[in-house]
Design a protein around this ligand. Structure first.
Ligand SMILES: [Zn+2]
Length: 218
């Protein structure tokens, strides 16, 4: 019985690297896989799924009008697909998450999705909301705040390195505009009305009081 998996984290936790390594493991054993990437990311950011460790994969770009169940049913007529991977899954629509559920339940193909849980304001993305609700298996990919605690939030900074506290949920800017923080330090960034810059994170008075907490279990 196949399952729908959602691997979630804050920014820069190695989600794409994990996806590509899992995909590589399937294909190394002679099994076929299919990778999807939401059109928003492919068009505004990078049309490939790539990681810093050198692996990359050409995905099927997923636009709003595509029916994933129909696509995969047609694909299974041509070849057996052992696993489906979805990167940047936070950008999936509710409809696409529903279709992924049907692929698992009707076609019996495992689907592994990877994405951010929340945006820079701490709100769930649409794709993440429905994956958290409907996936069979939830797993956090852990990364740490500069203080050593688990980072579960993401803060956004502008092109000048200054904090951004409102604006569009989706901004496919460079990864260097985002920093993963624990909930406490995200709260400080969001509510400290003094200008906090990216370079100053870690040097502000409010940032120092748990800097010795490096032994916290993630
Ligand atoms: Zn922290």
């Amino acid at each position: 019985m196949s399952k729908l998996y959602f691997y979630f984290s804050a920014m820069n936790a190695g989600k794409t690297t994990t996806l590509l390594q899992s995909d590589f493991n399937y294909r190394e054993r002679g099994m076929n896989t299919v990778c999807f990437l939401p059109a928003l990311v492919a068009e505004q950011w990078n049309p490939l799924i790539t990681s810093r460790v050198g692996l990359s994969r050409v995905p099927i770009v997923l636009s709003n009008d595509m029916d994933l169940l129909t696509i995969m049913a047609a694909e299974m007529e041509k070849q057996t697909v052992s696993c489906i991977f979805v990167d940047e899954a936070q950008f999936l629509s509710k409809r696409h998450v529903r279709q992924l559920c049907r692929i698992v339940d009707r076609l019996d193909i495992p689907v592994l999705t990877y994405g951010l849980r929340t945006d820079f304001q701490g709100e769930l993305f649409e794709g993440s909301r429905h994956l958290l609700a409907w996936a069979d298996h939830l797993q956090e990919i852990k990364t740490i705040c500069f203080c050593g605690k688990k980072a579960i939030m993401t803060a956004r900074f502008d092109g000048f390195g200054n904090k951004v506290i409102d604006g569009d949920q989706i901004d496919c800017g460079g990864n260097d505009r985002y920093i993963s923080l624990c909930r406490k330090h995200h709260d400080i960034v969001e509510n400290n009305h003094d200008c906090i810059s990216l370079s100053a994170v870690g040097e502000q008075p409010g940032f120092q009081d748990c800097s010795s907490a490096n032994q916290v279990d993630l």
